[in-house]
Design a binder for this molecule. Structure first.
Ligand code: AP5
Ligand code: MG
Length: 191
């Protein structure tokens, strides 16, 4: 089972992915979390990504595709994978399709979280006061939203064209409310 949790910055992808991982035993693969780890460890990848991320821009497709290519086989070994923050461009989506096709797999569902922009900004600024993520500044948030509209939204049309199940789910309300909607939308039962 390969699923994608999709949505703009601050829409709750990470929050919901943790719940889905617990309930359905899908392995959560977050490219943002992986990159933040690389930055914290000061690896070559982290050094390349740090400034790009802090500005709210997208890191190069090749770098991200490489990261996913290395981790996917291990993640796929379990009950399934839930991708968070990837794919984020059409080229990433095409690269993912090819990677999965090589193993006889394909994306089975996309859950697209829908949250109005003013709420997104509010959530991220609230988190900034607690966690201090380098890209949770007003300028970087604006750039992240811009990249989302310019490049990432097109990923949804890519999957719709392929008849992949795309479920739009409201991300408003409590995290539990949202999770209940997701559970109903994807309709997979807990193993
Ligand atoms: P990434 O880490 O993917 O960040 P993002 O997409 O900007 O999204 P966030 O992680 O900020 O939000 P989220 O949707 O996970 O929401 P969360 O659950 O945290 O990417 C960061 C950067 O890495 C990119 O800008 C780019 O530079 C690089 N990158 C990553 N992947 C890449 C790729 N594939 N290609 C190129 N570059 C890539 O929730 C947000 C906050 O709201 C939290 O504080 C949470 O507690 C709170 N919250 C959650 N749900 C609710 C709720 N229902 N009500 C109230 N508050 C809530
Ligand atoms: Mg996240």
């Amino acid at each position: 089972m390969i699923g994608i949790i999709f949505g703009p910055p601050g829409s709750g992808k990470g929050t919901q992915a943790a719940k889905i991982e617990d309930a359905f035993h899908l392995k959560h693969l977050s490219t943002g979390d992986i990159l933040r780890h690389e930055v914290a460890e000061g690896t070559p990848v982290g050094k390349e990504a740090a400034r790009i991320m802090a500005a709210g821009d997208l890191v190069p497709d090749e770098l991200i595709v490489d990261i996913v290519r290395r981790r996917l086989p291990e993640a796929e070994a379990g009950a399934g994978v839930l991708l968070d923050g990837f794919p984020r461009t059409l080229r990433q989506a095409q690269a993912l399709d090819r990677m999965l096709a090589d193993e006889g797999h394909h994306v089975e569902f996309v859950v697209a979280l829908d949250v109005p922009e003013d709420e997104l900004v509010e959530r991220i600024l609230r988190r900034a006061r607690v966690e201090g993520r380098s890209d949770d500044t007003k300028e970087a948030i604006a750039e992240r939203m811009h990249e989302y509209h310019k490049l990432t939204q097109a990923v949804l049309d890519h999957y719709r064209r392929q008849d992949v199940r795309v479920e739009k789910v409201s991300g408003m309300g409590t995290p539990d409310d949202v999770f209940e909607r997701i559970r109903r939308a994807i309709g997979i039962s807990s193993p």
